[in-house]
Write a protein that binds this ligand. Sequence first.
Ligand code: ZN
Length: 370
Amino acid sequence: MDKSSKPKRPSIPEPVKRELWIKSGGRCEFRGCNKYLYMDGVTKQPRNLSNIAHIVSWTSNGPRGNKDSEKLATDISNLMLTCAEHNHLIDDDKYVDEYPIELLQRYKREHEERIFRVTGMGQNYGARIVKMWSQIQNQIPQMSDKDIGEAIHPYYPLEEPLNIDLTQLEDVMAATKQIKKIVDLHMLSDKKQERYCIFIMAKIPYACYLGYILGNKVKSNTFQYFRDSQNWKWKDTEAGHFCTIQPDNENMMNSEVNLLVEVSGKIDLKLVPSNICYHIQADVPGFLFIQSLKQVIEFQIKFRELLSTIREKHGEDSKINLFLAIPNPIAFEIGRTIMKNIDPTIILYDKVADKVNYEQIMVLHERIRE
Ligand SMILES: [Zn+2]
């Protein structure tokens, strides 16, 4: 076929274009791209960067073309708003096998459903993401912004995430100082009463401390990274419960007690100081025990009750040594649950470096006497 006989691509009517712009939210509909198409990347000035790609080519011998080509040439269901790069992928014969009709239709549908859902959210669904991470066993954990963004639905992220990077700080003192500095500066001074979505991949004492200094001063939701599904989305599955174990009543005069929190594993009693022990534990401790937000709430209630019991039995001047085998969101909740004017002093223990026994690493909460 020579060029002169090639049919001219039918122009797409303005109302169809308008509908496509609205449905796509002005963003590239190719899965994973989402590029905003109405702004120059460099000058940030308004500029139309869009292309309109045909899922079924407008000619029967074009990419994915068929007997319906002519009919579909200006049909909204067959058009995708794309960036130049992805327009090229869709409109090139070379990639037809890789991107068949059904796949492109799915990209379009998923994109337009998401735009509809996200733009339909009320204003009070905005949340600020807080990411905190430290070295864990000499590794720097990876936290994908995409996974995090997907986990906070139905909230949507406001501005950029607030990052608390502790990877360069080696000791607890330096880390807690850094956490406090960022929290004071960016969270507690914030008068907007925003909601915070908290994502932590850090040493457990740091997560406790973040929860402790935030307390109930801000609205917060915690998240957990699931190694099995490799995302941060809470599951709805029915999961395990917690129980508490209290010592016999005869030892109640002790003013120093151990509190063992055993969720991801058990703590060897031979490695902790010889005080009487209270336990709060998962009915089946393990790394995959925490699955749902319901469990976090159940934990919070039982932990709160246990702290109150200890205070009643041993007095407010007693001292609680805290030993933790828990994931990050539970550590955050422990910190958040402590009542600053009421609870006895709480000392956090951890295993330090290559030492076998647990050692005191920080005073998490100090009861201020009036
Ligand atoms: Zn694109």
